[in-house]
Design a protein around this ligand. Structure first.
Ligand SMILES: Nc1ncnc2c1ncn2[C@@H]1O[C@H](COP(=O)(O)OP(=O)(O)OP(=O)(O)O)[C@@H](O)[C@H]1O
Length: 571
């Protein structure tokens, strides 16, 4: 906890040193002007005769007089009031500047952290992303960083409380060292009790972090399975589950509120006791002058709340520390699993002869090997069918070929280049992969198509749509400008697949991979797709995975994973 807190504060300081320093300097000046205006009140009371005749022994009076003499102005009630108003004006302007700087620091800190995390996640290996939980990534990027932002805001705002704390402390020391030491000793027991509350604040933050993820999970799972949930009439089940989580969230918040309120009580009562001790000692033992005694009480009544407010900032920071831990852990894990491309060989040309799986072994986990010493050679510009029962590893094979997954041993050769040594961006730019669940953005059909080739013209779009039986688009009232809804929900499954196929062809790939890409189509549309694929034969390398037999008809080669003895099938 202590180490993470240090790392968090260090990351904050490192994030924007100049602005943070400006904020501290402004806070210092702001504190001085505020303190100055407050100190002036006592000599003013003296000068007005409210606290009796000017008490020449009062330290506050002497200090003000020294400053007036240095400024070369006469020490009257009028000059005191003019300086007082001026100080308040400067204080307000500095406060305005500080607010602007603080907001910028918080927003820039959040923005940098969020950008860094997003970039690390998006550049991480597919194998890592596949094993991570979507809601974990989603919650950290969206929610937890906002949470950290609130804490950053509080930490920065506490600079002014810090300045005030040091100001009151030094004034208190100036007025009476003895009394200040006694008051400080009285605070020690409060700080000891406080430690336990701090630990509880961190633990409650951990519980809240887990709850946030459950909440995101519940919402996302419901959204993703909305149709199913409705058709199975499971709304009640979802609702009960959701209510349970929100109820637990309220409990977590309640626990932290209790910790925070407990701290307030501790310091409120503690302050009253300390002020009473100071009063008795100042009157009965030290025999302080009246003005200094008033000043001392005033300082104590101000100093103790600043300590209490600093402690509450610390507590809130500890409470949000699990958010920081979560974000940083995801960031580091993603960075450890980055796809490294910079030092790899560029792939300027598609392989001329073959793509070869050479003694490939792969498993997701130890007990479940998918491929074991698998070897196979795909001839370039040929059409290869990949056969095998469900769960045999057909998609895994394709993901290995695209470099999305890494084999545990063996090589994938592009002619004689090892896929491991080549630039994967170059390699993937030559391919078009249409997975089982084709993804469409919540945008128009045109925007979905242009995603792969922004410069494509209208004729190109129409051509690829015609190739894959996509003419239905032209009959839609808004044609290519029809919005497809979330994940293409406003289209039928078959229509979605045809758009995805058109998109793949628009890319003009060197290798086309169809992974159950037509399983939602009726026979007549599938025949049109088959004809389109037949027309592409010989022009590009094509891999077909399909449960439907006749899509494989006419393929140049067939790899039947059922018949490959070197494959250890999962049980
Ligand atoms: N991320 C993962 N973690 C663990 N096991 C996985 C993971 N992804 C896939 N598998 C397992 O690996 C095996 C092969 O999966 P794969 O998707 O490659 O099969 P497939 O032949 O394409 O199946 P289908 O025809 O049903 O799509 C399956 O048993 C699957 O459960």
């Amino acid at each position: 906890m202590k180490k993470t807190l240090q790392d968090y504060l260090y990351s904050l300081v490192k994030s924007n040193k100049v602005k943070l320093l400006s904020s501290v300097v402004i806070t210092l000046f702001s504190g001085l002007t505020r303190g100055g205006s407050f100190i002036l009140l006592l000599p003013l009371l003296n000068l007005a005769g409210i606290t009796g005749n000017p008490d020449q022994n009062s330290r506050a009076f002497k200090l003000t007089k020294i400053i007036w003499d240095m400024l070369g102005i006469s020490f009257t009630i009028y000059t005191c009031l003019i300086i007082y108003v001026l100080l308040v004006l400067i204080h307000a302007c500095l406060g305005y500047m500080k607010n602007i700087i603080d907001v910028t620091v918080v927003q820039e800190y959040k923005q940098n952290l969020r950008n860094e995390l997003f970039s690390a996640v998006i550049n991480a290996e597919w194998g890592f992303i596949k094993s991570a939980k979507n809601t974990h990534i989603f919650n950290n990027i969206i929610n937890e960083i906002n949470n950290i932002g609130y804490s950053v805001n509080l930490v920065i705002s506490s600079f002014s409380t810090f300045t005030l704390f040091f100001f009151y402390l030094s004034t208190s020391l100036y007025v009476s060292i003895k009394m200040t030491v006694i008051a400080s000793l009285c605070i020690v027991p409060l700080l000891l009790v406080q430690r336990k509350l701090n630990n509880n604040a961190y633990k409650s933050g951990l519980a809240m972090y887990t709850r946030h993820e459950s909440l995101f999970n519940a919402v996302l799972e419901f959204i993703n399975s909305f149709k199913m949930a409705k058709s199975y009439t499971f709304q009640d089940r979802y609702e009960t589950e959701f209510r349970k989580i929100t109820q637990q969230t309220v409990k977590d918040e309640y626990i932290f509120a209790k910790i925070s309120a407990g701290t307030s009580i501790l310091y409120e009562v503690g302050s009253a006791i300390i002020v009473s001790i100071i009063l008795i000692l100042a009157i009965k033992v030290v025999h302080m002058p009246v003005v200094d005694l008033l000043l001392m009480i005033y300082i104590a009544s101000k100093l103790l709340p600043t300590i209490s407010s600093l402690i509450r900032v610390l507590q809130y920071t500890l409470n949000t520390l699990p958010s920081y831990e979560g974000v940083i852990n995801l960031l580091h894990d993603s960075q450890k699993n980055q796809e490294k491309n910079d030092d790899k060989l560029p792939v300027n040309e598609f392989p001329k002869k073959f793509i070869k799986f050479s003694e490939i072994s792969f498993r997701y986990d130890e007990e479940k090997p998918i491929l074991n010493n698998f070897s196979y050679e795909i001839e370039v510009n040929k059409t290869t069918s990949i056969l095998g029962a469900s769960g045999r590893g057909k998609t895994t094979l394709v993901e290995l070929l695209l470099g999305l997954l890494k084999p545990h041993s063996g090589k994938i050769l592009l002619d004689n280049k090892d896929l491991n040594d080549v630039n994967l961006t170059d390699w993937r730019n030559m391919s078009a992969y249409i997975p089982q669940e084709c993804f469409l953005f919540n945008a128009t059909i045109r925007e979905n198509l242009l995603w792969v080739k922004p410069e494509a013209n209208e004729a190109e779009l129409q051509e690829v749509l015609k190739l894959v039986a996509g003419e239905f688009v032209f009959r839609l009232p808004n044609g290519l400008d029809t919005n497809v809804g979330d994940q293409g929900i406003r289209l039928s499954g078959g229509e979605r697949q045809r758009i995805a196929l058109a998109r793949a062809l628009l890319r003009n790939p060197k290798i086309l991979i169809l992974d159950e890409a037509t399983n939602a189509l009726d026979i007549s549309n599938e025949l049109i797709i088959k004809k389109a694929i037949d027309n592409l034969k010989g022009k590009m390398t094509i891999l077909i995975i399909a449960h439907n037999q006749y899509l494989h008809e006419g393929a140049d080669e067939t790899v039947d994973l059922e018949a490959v003895p070197s494959i250890l099938y999962p049980e």
